[in-house]
Design a protein around this ligand. Sequence first.
Ligand SMILES: [Zn+2]
Length: 113
Amino acid sequence: MNLTCHCGNVEIETQFDAKEVVHCNCSICRRYAAAWAYYEVGDVSIRCHKEASVYYLWGDKEVEFHRCNQCGCLTHYKTTAKCDVNKIAVNMRLAEPDVLADLPMSRLDGATF
Ligand SMILES: [Zn+2]
C-alpha cells in the first residue's frame, strides 16, 4: 500500500494492506482524529522527498508523532527507544476515502491507561 501526505513530501509504503484501523481516545489521538494501522518497523518504508518530517513528543516520550513539515498532515507515529515495543502506526487518513471506508474500525481506550 502506498500513501502520501497532501503535498507529496512524505511517502509511506507498507508491505501489507491494513486490515483494520484503530481510533484511540487518548488526549493526543483524539485531537489528531487519527485512524491508525499498526505495523512492524521492517514492514514500512517512509521517504521524505523534500524535507524531513517533524515530530511531537510528549509525556513519557515513548512515541514520536510525525507530520509533514510542508503540508502539516499527520503521517505516522513510531515508538522511541524508551518504549518497550518497537512499532510504527500509519495514519490511514492519508488513504483514499473508499479504502478507509472499507476498513473495519475498532476503538482503543487509550485515555484510561
Ligand atoms: Zn506534505
